[in-house]
Structures are given as structure tokens and as C-alpha cells.
Design a protein. Structure first.
Length: 242
């Protein structure tokens, strides 16, 4: 008898505050980077509110999760306890909650849509190149991602950053695309699609079978946030040097 599961919508908000020495060290490390990126973004003409959202928005809201669905598993034990003459199968019920992280998913999506419509859609060639880069990067990231039960989705941190760097350099050099819009949107959306969304609908539900799964929900150490941060650094350096 195989495991059955039911999926139903469920709305709610969950706050997670993982206080640890690793988190504290991570915040200390990225604080100077956030200040540097904020100043560079403002200096190149980005609105201060948008620059603040790009740098601090995801960080400050990375502990807010919006619950979107509940998965209920009905898992039978392998052994049958027989009470003559009727066999009884003992069944355990577990629940998995699917969430979307505000700082790790909602904000990057909203900002990416804004940057794409504002800076990339003015050129058909650039938007086609972006769509192709997004599709290729997402598939490569999806194939490289791994699901570990009770831990979540793992991915080599350098892979999305490397793909973003390569495609951004090609687009900005050959097509004169806006480096900030191209790199941030590509890095955020490709990691979101490849590592999280393409996995949640199938492999995550079949593998995790309990607990919480939050898209972009690892907070400051999530691959989406790290890739977005590195994309901002690359775009800022590009503008400063060139």
C-alpha cells in the first residue's frame, strides 16, 4: 500500500527568527556590502527607495513566510497487525506546509518585474536574450539542485552567480542591456524557478513528507538572496568601472 497525499490551499503567515551565531556572523559580513551597494545604486541614478528595497528589503522581511498550501500524507506502516480474522493496517498522518518567503521570493519577483518592464522591454532583442538566458539558467539550476529530506533544496551557491555573470556580460557587451536590470532579474528569477518552483510541484512533495517548505525561505543564506546580492555587486562594479 503506497503513501497517499492530499493538497489543499491554506492561507496564513508564519514568522521564523533563526537566531544563531552563524546568522549573526552573516549579518556582520554583508552589512558593509549592503551599504556599498546602496551608495553605488543611488550614485548611478537609482531612486533611494528602490535602492533601499534592493539592499535591505529582502533582508528585513526574510523571516516572514506566507503559507499557501497544506499537504496531508497518509503513510501506512509496513507491518500488518492481524486481529483474527480482520487485518488492520496502522496509518500515520503527517503534514507539509508550503510557504512563500517575502524577502526571498516576493520582493525579488516584484522588483524583477519592475526592472524588466522599465529597462529591458524597450528592446525586443534584449528581452528575447533575457528570456533565453532565463530558460537556460533555470534548467541548469534545476538539474543541479538536490532535495534532502528534513533539510530542503540544496544547490551549489556559485552556480547561479556564475550563470548570471556569463549571461549578463554577453548581454551588456553585445546588446548594451542595462546591467542592473539584467543581472538582478536573471539571478533572482532563475534561482527561484530552477531551485524552488520547478521542484516544489513534484520532487519536494514526494520527498519531504512533513514540516515546512518555504520558497526562498532560507533567509539571508538562501540561494535567491545570495544570488541577488551578488548580482547587485556585479552590476555596481560594472557601472563604476565602465
Amino acid at each position: 500500500m503506497s503513501t497517499r497525499y492530499d493538497v489543499k490551499p491554506r492561507l496564513g503567515i508564519r514568522f521564523s527568527l533563526p537566531m544563531s551565531i552563524l546568522l549573526f556572523i552573516g549579518l556582520l559580513v554583508i552589512s558593509p556590502l549592503l551599504l556599498f551597494i546602496f551608495l553605488v545604486l543611488v550614485s548611478i541614478g537609482i531612486q533611494p527607495l528602490l535602492a533601499l528595497t534592493l539592499t535591505l528589503g529582502s533582508l528585513l522581511t526574510s523571516y516572514v513566510n506566507i503559507m499557501i498550501a497544506e499537504v496531508t500524507y497518509y503513510m501506512p506502516f509496513t507491518d500488518l497487525i492481524k486481529f483474527f480474522p480482520i487485518p488492520i493496517i496502522i496509518q500515520r498522518v503527517d503534514k507539509l506546509f508550503l510557504e512563500v518567503n517575502v524577502g526571498g521570493a516576493v520582493i525579488p519577483i516584484v522588483i524583477s518585474i519592475y526592472l524588466i518592464t522599465e529597462y529591458l522591454t524597450k528592446s525586443i532583442v534584449v528581452i528575447v536574450a533575457f528570456a533565453a538566458s532565463l530558460a537556460i539558467s533555470s534548467l541548469i539550476i534545476w538539474q543541479s539542485s538536490r532535495i534532502i529530506p528534513n533539510i530542503g533544496i540544496t544547490l551549489p551557491t556559485s552556480l547561479p552567480v556564475l550563470l548570471t555573470l556569463i549571461f549578463t556580460l554577453i548581454a551588456t557587451t553585445l546588446l548594451h542591456a542595462n546591467p542592473l536590470a539584467f543581472s538582478y532579474s536573471l539571478g533572482s528569477l532563475s534561482t527561484l524557478l530552477g531551485a524552488d518552483i520547478l521542484n516544489v510541484g513534484g520532487r519536494v512533495i514526494r520527498t519531504m513528507r512533513g514540516g515546512y517548505v518555504s520558497i526562498g525561505g532560507a533567509g539571508v543564506f538562501d540561494g535567491i538572496y545570495i544570488t541577488s546580492l551578488m548580482s547587485l555587486i556585479l552590476a555596481s562594479l560594472y557601472r563604476v568601472l565602465l
